[in-house]
Design a binder for this molecule. Structure first.
Ligand code: SF4
Length: 278
């Protein structure tokens, strides 16, 4: 480990296992710091001594599943109030930020599709990339820019969707729809964060788990875990056969793939997961 960074690596005396703790709190809320530490330790448990493609896919899947279970438990008492439902895709028309292991899970699923479906999916991703490249987050939040993984209003990779897609829990589907389609409401939402009532805890939980994933992989294994734009990163993987091996060997991700930091949580902006020097 090249640290010291945001994590401190130590060996547990009894088990002799490598563990990490936060060198200092990242978030104001204790529960977020606990989740970030747990996610970072999951990186060590799943990847062990050496990061591999299979290990990184298993890691992303494990943290995604853990997030969904956790959210399921904290939101159980509020289920009746949640407006999100199958076939509701208003929140799938914007930049989706994800770490590369999350994108690799979806990339692997696309590669497993039967040939015709695979060709169709790849073509859709590349068309979306061509329309999206160079646009700002504000321009991408539009009916014109659906996620290329949407199929007839449904997520075609629902079980494997990124962490950020799992954190959206609206209390008013009509507000989601009108904010996406009405330019004045959209502007107010983008500039002031107003217009769509949502549960706050799921978003905070996503930030915490994603931070742990980013820090665990970047600081312990030296890979660039800067959040990327799902559409651009998928297109990059699908058109560049050496992309995965280059990233695994420590190359930084192309800057044009970066999703930026659009979080409302100011502390979150400091957790970049950028590759640490080996
Ligand atoms: S990955 Fe799925 S849930 Fe996420 S934006 Fe795309 S279609 Fe929507």
């Amino acid at each position: 480990m090249a640290g010291p960074f945001r994590l401190r690596l130590y060996v547990e005396p009894e088990s002799q296992k490598r563990r990490v703790e936060l060198a200092a709190p990242i978030f104001e809320a204790d529960f977020q710091n606990g989740l970030a530490r747990a996610a970072a330790n999951t990186c060590l448990e799943i990847l062990g001594e050496k990061e591999t493609l299979t290990g990184l896919e298993a890691l992303a899947t494990k943290i995604e599943d853990a997030l969904s279970r956790y959210l399921g438990s904290i939101l159980a008492p509020a289920q009746g109030n949640i407006a999100c439902a199958e076939g509701c895709d208003h929140c799938c028309h914007q930049i989706v930020g994800a770490t590369l292991p999350e994108v690799l899970v979806i990339y692997g699923k696309i590669r497993e599709l039967p040939a015709e479906q695979r060709r169709e999916r790849i073509s859709r991703v590349q068309q979306s990339r061509a329309r999206a490249e160079g646009l700002s987050p504000a321009q991408r939040y539009s009916e014109e820019h659906p996620c290329p993984l949407l199929q007839e209003g449904r997520c075609s990779v629902y079980s494997f969707r990124p962490l950020s897609c799992r954190g959206v829990h609206s209390l008013n589907a009509e507000a989601c729809s009108s904010t996406l389609r009405d330019p004045a409401r959209r502007r107010r939402f983008q500039e002031q964060g107003e217009g769509i009532p949502c549960y706050r805890e799921p978003g905070l939980t996503v930030h915490a788990m994603s931070a742990g994933l980013q820090l665990g992989v970047s600081e312990v294994y030296g890979l660039d875990m800067s959040p990327v734009d799902l559409t651009l990163a998928l297109a990059w993987l699908l058109s560049n056969p050496s992309a995965v091996s280059e990233w695994l060997s420590g190359h930084p991700l192309p800057a044009r793939l970066r999703a930026g930091h659009h979080s409302a949580d100011p502390k979150r902006a400091h957790v970049t997961g950028e590759r640490s020097p080996k």
